[in-house]
Design a protein around this ligand. Structure first.
Ligand code: NDP
Length: 502
């Protein structure tokens, strides 16, 4: 038999029979000496790794990013240093709240994560298909996610939990308005945009700094499903977006996105109307016109889903020279939380898994040992710094520009004078078409009608505050009294909570 075709144990020992266990006589019992059977069962018993708490259901593909415009005056990032320069990427798209087997067509934000294998290490862009988020303080994140998941007693998605939290969290109104528009059910992963949502810092070779936001705009065009189409798709093909991505690439139709950046100098940022570190707000395009930077193309399918997609791990803290975090509180917490979850899910050496490993740079740290250390573990080289045995040394040339911070250490609430309803109102009044508004109201009524009436009233008051027409239409759809909603909208958050406490 051809040696390469021979079945072996995990350790390469030839297997003679993979259909009949070793037994004492033809009717059993099974013998402990069948180590091939024991190995096969023991490995099978451990096939599942911890499911991601969020973004559990996803699909991915390989490709490249190509620079199409000179941005060296804004950043010294090596992979952005030259027009025409290409960098290998791996991208993972996902839903957020559902489990690993949940439908791709669920109403949910979509994750949009890109790993750039640059010559100065791996750069992870970990965005969503929405430019804003529900909350802006990380202390609220675990609570928020609990409300989007299953009820502790019934183990069912629970409209009361969902709307109770959101109606007590007015800063969520902008994201709720996007989520309940038809952008909450994108037709496929190929037909949606990807946004950094957070502000990041770029700095150039002279140390000048800029505040930036990323927008990956789909070249396939935006396409969404209506509520009815999405519900039908959940039943017909729960994996439709995973299938669509795989099949488009297999058919030689690689999807692409154009990267546009919004860029502010620190001087512009100082006088900017919106708090640029508040993830619930966008930077209006008329005030900060986007600059085209490059193109992302996905042209290679994964060969093995588990190896490449399930084990891929992205961290907003994986930033290459030329790119730095901003003080955005949500981003600051994500810098910790993603790495922490990967250590839990994949282990301390997840950076050695091929999809996560640096490809075009050489990793050279003093981290050693740990579960699944599968390279030479630093061989006989020094495992401490400083050393005088030729170990890798820090390079002060890569120092980031300093960032000025000040203030009293305290639990500070957001205190920017701009209200949380204006941008949701702009979206409703100015950006949406009549059909978009009708679908938005219908989608909200369909979902919110499952919650208790007091929660319906409290949430509808928030829609009213974004735009009276918006609130009144939702109120009518739910059979609520518009005058009552208007009264609730005029109250302070505390008064509104008290008026709808039971
Ligand atoms: P613009 O008219 O310049 O841009 C409107 C943006 O809204 C476009 O990027 C468009 O995306 C996007 N959009 C259209 N329909 C929806 C929807 N149902 N949900 C979410 N986004 C949608 O407006 P401004 O920049 O002045 O912002 C006005 C409002 O537009 C904001 O309050 C915000 O809600 C929304 N928006 C703004 C973005 C920004 O970065 N400025 C980004 C995304 C949304 P596309 O061109 O891809 O169709």
């Amino acid at each position: 038999m051809d040696k390469d075709k021979r079945l072996t144990t995990a350790f390469g020992i030839p297997v003679d029979d993979d259909q009949n266990s070793r037994t004492a006589g033809p009717r059993g019992p099974v013998l402990m000496e069948d180590v091939h059977l024991l190995e096969k069962l023991a490995h099978f018993d451990r096939e599942r790794i911890p499911e991601r708490v969020v973004h559990a259901k996803g699909a991915g593909a390989h490709g490249y990013f190509e620079v199409t415009a000179d941005v060296t005056k804004y950043t010294c990032a090596d992979f952005l240093s030259q027009v025409g320069k290409r960098t290998e990427v791996f991208v993972r798209f996902s839903t957020v709240g559902g489990e690993k087997g949940s439908p791709d067509a669920a109403r949910d934000p979509r994750g949009f994560a890109v790993k750039f294998y640059t010559a100065e290490g791996n750069y992870d862009f970990v965005g969503n298909n929405t430019p804003v988020f529900f909350i802006r303080d990380p202390l609220k994140f675990p609570d928020f996610i609990h409300t989007q998941k299953r009820h502790p007693a019934t183990n069912l998605p629970d409209p009361d939990m969902f709307w109770d939290f959101l109606s007590l969290t007015p800063e969520s109104i902008h994201q709720v308005t996007i989520l309940f528009s038809d952008r909450g059910t994108p037709a496929t992963y190929r037909h949606m945009n990807g946004y950094s949502s957070h502000t990041f810092q770029w700095y150039n070779a002279e140390g000048q700094t800029f505040w930036v936001q990323y927008h990956f705009k789909t070249d396939q065009g935006i396409r969404n499903m209506t509520r009815e189409e999405a519900q039908a798709m959940c039943a017909k093909d729960p994996d439709h977006a995973t299938r669509d991505l795989y099949e488009a690439i297999a058919a030689g139709d690689p999807p692409s996105w154009t990267l546009e950046m919004q860029i502010l100098t620190p001087e512009q940022a100082r006088d900017f109307k919106w708090d640029i570190f508040d993830i619930t707000k966008v930077w209006p395009h008329s005030e900060v016109p986007p600059v085209t930077v490059g193109r992302l193309v996905l042209d290679r399918k994964p060969v093995n889903y588990f190896a490449e997609v399930e084990q891929s791990a992205f961290c907003p803290g994986s930033l290459v020279p030329g790119i730095a975090p901003s003080p955005d509180k949500m981003l600051q917490a994500r810098l910790f939380s993603y790495h922490d979850t990967h250590i839990h899910r994949l282990g301390p050496n997840h950076h050695l898994i091929p999809v996560n490993a640096a490809r075009n740079a050489t990793g050279a740290s003093y981290q050693r040992d740990g579960m699944m250390r599968v390279d030479d573990n630093g061989a006989g080289g020094p495992n401490y710094w400083p050393n005088s045995f030729g170990g890798p040394a820090p390079d002060a040339g890569y120092r980031r520009p300093p960032v000025k911070v000040s203030g009293q250490a305290d639990r500070h609430a957001f205190s920017h004078p701009n209200d949380d309803f204006e941008q949701a109102g702009m979206l409703y009044r100015r950006v949406m078409s009549d059909a978009d508004r009708a679908n938005l109201v219908g989608n909200i009524v369909d979902h919110l009608s499952g919650a208790q009436p007091r929660l319906q009233r409290r949430q509808t008051a928030l829609f009213y505050k974004a735009d009276p027409d918006y609130g009144i239409r939702v109120a009518r759809g739910l059979g609520l009294d518009p005058a009552d909603v208007e009264k609730l909208a005029a109250m302070s958050p505390e008064e509104r909570a008290a008026a709808t406490a039971s």
